[in-house]
Design a protein around this ligand. Structure first.
Ligand SMILES: [Fe+2]
Ligand SMILES: [Fe+2]
Length: 470
């Protein structure tokens, strides 16, 4: 059941060959996808041999096969986790009823919207990262970037399959639109703001994969709970791919911290200006990048008080990540008290689920910070990295546009404006980070601002030539 058929034009484990109409529709979309990849994917690396993993089965063990692949030849396809026999809806008002194998008419447009919104982020991130290959700190990192890029491309396939298979003509039109919008485009931008922010340096990439891909993990986890079983199965397999993206973020930032601490030791000072002069990312600068990308990603969870989140949960479309770990799966009786600028507000729990998700996301984000702070502590420094308050720099919800500092305190607007440059990267900070982005492509060598990884990919040496550029 879980093996993937690679003999077909579109690799899949959904028995695509049995549905000729669907197969034809997807085969019609495939060249448009490849054209998009050629125009909007990683620039100038179409001929490079990249040591990539490809899914061979959807089991937890051994789903991947590794080998040198030119990215345009990557076998993008449709892979769903195996069905759970007689799966029941796990939350909401229809809890306990059989999961849906088709889309109920009354939820059609809402489900389509959820799938399109998720799907839009996947190609968006490829577009955001398309120039980074030119400034890679090592071949190891370059390979990781391209692995993420091809997998985000596959995530687009995952959502396009659902649109084509379950939403008829509307779905096919939405699938075309997913290639028509572009990150940062003034006329046709991507749907969510974070996915229109340029990612033009590797420090931003590591922050993006740490914070924004982790939002992706939470969205996928909540959709994996969905009563709509094909969506659940799709998202469950996507989560296994997503784990690598966050690995890249977490280890990337660990390596930055490690290198910075080495440089501080070499030059015998933690003076940020001297650390910069020695070619490393000073810790206060790293804190600014964390503040920027964390706060930007927090908006992706939506408004603190949301009737959509209530409706999506009650109807079984979207659960909470790890729904089974909660006691109450209906939530009709519960309330939630949250901080708003006027004080506190108590709302029905169903309406506060975005906030519930945001809080568990922030807890997950803490894990990396603890690790990095242990590195800093062991090196004998008092500096500690922190996450910004979820009220800082928000563009959605009751804290929108309010002058709040990273600790969550409301300030005078004039003070806030003066201090903002101390909390998020200034132009000068960004220019400095850009100046560090010198391409290193000698196998095993690393740029001066980042330490080598602890190990290579798939048990290979760090010196392995992960990308053959020719
Ligand atoms: Fe993704
Ligand atoms: Fe991702």
């Amino acid at each position: 059941m879980s093996s993937i058929n690679y003999s077909e034009k579109i690799p899949n484990n959904v028995n695509l060959v049995s549905d000729r109409t669907l197969q034809r529709a997807l085969e019609h979309w495939q060249p448009q996808f490849l054209q998009w990849w050629g125009e909007m994917g990683p620039t100038d690396f179409l001929g490079a041999d990249v040591y990539l993993r490809t899914a061979v089965s959807v089991d937890a063990e051994g789903w991947a096969q590794y080998g040198a692949v030119k990215m345009p030849d990557y076998r993008w396809g449709i892979f769903l986790a195996d069905p759970v026999a007689e799966r029941k809806i796990g939350f909401g008002d229809a809890m306990g009823q059989p999961a849906w194998q088709q889309v109920p008419g009354e939820y059609r447009s809402t489900l389509r919207r959820l799938i399109v919104t998720q799907g839009d982020t996947e190609p968006a991130s490829v577009e955001q990262q398309r120039l980074l290959g030119h400034t890679c700190p090592s071949l190891y990192d370059l390979r990781n970037l391209f692995q993420i890029n091809v997998e985000e491309g596959r995530h687009l396939w995952a959502m396009v399959y659902l649109l084509h298979a379950y939403f008829g003509r509307d779905g096919r039109e939405e699938a075309e639109e997913l290639l028509g919008r572009h990150s940062g485009d003034t006329d046709k931008p991507r749907i969510l703001t974070t996915f229109n922010e340029p990612i033009s340096d590797w420090l931003s990439l590591f922050c993006f994969t740490y914070f924004t891909d982790r939002d992706g993990k939470y969205q996928l986890k909540s959709l994996a709970e969905s009563a709509f079983d094909p969506l659940s199965r799709t998202c469950r397999f996507m989560l296994t791919e997503e784990a690598h993206h966050m690995f890249v973020g977490e280890t990337g930032l660990s390596r930055v911290v490690k290198r910075t601490l080495e440089v501080m030791k070499e030059i015998g000072t933690d003076d940020p200006a001297k650390v910069r002069a020695a070619g490393a990312v000073d810790l206060p600068l790293l804190q600014k990048y964390l503040n920027f990308w964390c706060s930007s990603s927090l908006d992706l969870f939506g408004n603190e008080i949301s009737s959509n989140s209530a409706a999506n949960f009650a109807s079984g479309l979207k659960g909470r990540p790890d729904e089974t770990t909660y006691d109450d799966h209906v939530l009709r009786e519960k309330t939630f008290t949250l901080k708003v600028p006027q004080g506190e507000e108590t709302v029905p729990m169903l309406n506060a689920l975005n906030e519930v998700m945001r809080e568990s996301y922030l807890k997950d984000c803490e894990i990396g910070l603890k690790r990095w702070n242990r590195q800093i502590e062991r090196a004998g420094h008092a500096f500690r990295l922190t996450l910004p308050s979820s009220r800082f720099r928000r563009s959605i919800g009751p804290w929108t546009g309010l002058p709040v500092d990273p600790q969550g305190n409301l300030l005078d607007k004039s003070i806030y404006e003066k201090k903002l440059n101390e909390w998020i990267p200034s132009q000068a900070d960004r220019a400095f980070v850009h100046s560090l982005m010198q391409r290193v492509i000698e196998p095993g060598k690393m740029a001066g601002w980042i330490a080598p990884p602890e190990r290579g990919i798939n048990n290979l040496a760090i010196e392995y030539e992960y990308v053959k550029l020719h």
